[in-house]
Design a protein around this ligand. Structure first.
Ligand code: AMP
Ligand code: AMP
Length: 339
């Protein structure tokens, strides 16, 4: 039988690296953390990395990649991996890669992402092609905006024009999306090609500055001080969803997996997340998909209420990934977790 000792698990030191590496160690793998200089402390302190490889910048990943290949390491992609390696370069990764690489291109491109979700029958916020068409509250999202930074809300073409003056041409384009009034819900899924089953791992909402602090200030003060809503991500808050919503949540995830098989060879597998807003009529509008582990799973290093129901043991998404890889190795089906 193939042995997991012949493989290592590696990831970039940021985003969800702690739970990925901890989960890998708990499943019996040796781990490698690729850290930016001066940022290794958490990975040492929490004792999740058997080995640390330092780089000046994550963009230097390709300079150290051969070390991963030599050690038979499987790299686990996450949000920082996608953000810092970049969609164009991801296809050049030569090390063993958990998950279908091609799907990350679909999640990083808003137009492609929309096509995929529409095919899966997911409800999406309306897109306004031209600022002149704005006839309701909209949210403006800049391309490549990191973690919601710089997003703003406008209610009319005039307000849009006024706010855009702050940005001039210092941006790479944007999308104008209908602003959905409701609560944000991020649904975490896991799909394994080994058993063909879709799991719901948990839910979170983001903790965003200053969107999540505006309610702490009276409306009058908001206006007087000229507070403008921004969505810079600072952390994640666990939530449990009304149980009657679960059948639809499972169904949406399954449709996304089914539809992914039409767009990319091998389809989507491993962890993914639908990110959206639930309105008072309980419509779930999805504005984004992440086709890899999301940081909203970080509160659940010891498992979520949902993984507890299924596993009766602590099961983080990081550990679930390692288990998928371990089972694949032991069944001699490693190709089912690589892409
Ligand atoms: P970082 O490594 O923290 O600079 O994050 C890299 C990318 O992952 C950015 O695009 C962030 O928006 C995203 N990200 C980081 N942390 C979180 C989080 N807690 N929740 C959602 N997204 C995150
Ligand atoms: P994103 O970077 O696309 O995940 O969005 C960052 C944050 O902006 C989300 O967590 C929401 O709080 C908010 N947001 C994004 N799109 C919408 C939308 N269409 N309607 C309402 N809020 C939104």
């Amino acid at each position: 039988m193939a042995n997991i000792k012949d493989y290592k698990i590696a990831t970039l030191g940021s985003h969800t690296a702690l739970q990925i590496l901890k989960g890998a160690k708990d499943e019996g793998f040796e781990t490698i953390c690729i850290c930016q200089k001066g940022r290794r402390k958490p990975y040492e302190s929490y004792k999740v990395a058997d080995q640390i490889i330092e780089v000046d910048d994550f963009k230097d990943y390709f300079k150290i990649e051969q070390q991963l290949i030599d050690q038979n390491a499987i790299i686990i992609p996450h949000g920082s991996y996608v953000a810092y390696i970049g969609a164009e370069k991801m296809m050049d990764v030569k090390a063993m890669h958990y998950g279908t690489k091609g799907i990350l291109e679909w999640e990083s491109d808003r137009t492609k992402e929309r096509e995929w979700l529409l095919d899966a029958g997911i409800k999406l916020p309306k897109i306004f092609k031209k600022p002149e068409d704005i006839d309701r509250a909209v949210i403006i999202k800049f391309h490549g905006a990191l973690g919601g930074k710089g997003y703003f809300i406008a209610n009319s073409p005039e307000e849009f024009a006024e706010r855009m003056r702050d940005y001039g041409d210092k941006h790479d384009g944007y999308v104008i999306q209908e602003y959905i009034v409701g609560v944000p819900v991020y649904s975490h899924y896991f799909y394994s090609r080994l058993n063909g089953e879709l799991e719901v791992m948990g839910f979170d909402k983001r903790y965003e500055s200053n969107a999540d602090s505006i309610g702490r200030v009276a409306a009058k003060d908001q206006v007087d001080v000229g507070i403008r809503t921004t969505y810079t991500i600072t952390g994640n808050v666990p939530i449990v969803l009304r149980e009657s919503l679960l059948p639809e949540i499972f169904d949406m995830g399954q449709r996304v997996v089914d539809s992914s098989k039409k767009i990319v060879d091998g389809g989507l597998f491993g962890p993914f997340c639908l990110e959206g807003i639930i309105d008072p009529e309980l419509n779930y509008y999805v504005f984004e998909i992440s086709a890899r582990i999301v940081a909203g799973t970080n509160p659940y290093v010891n498992g979520s209420p949902y993984t507890w129901l299924r596993y009766d043991e602590p099961m983080s998404t990081g550990k679930r990934i390692a288990r998928d890889i371990k089972e694949a190795i032991e069944k001699n089906e490693i190709e089912k977790v690589l892409g």
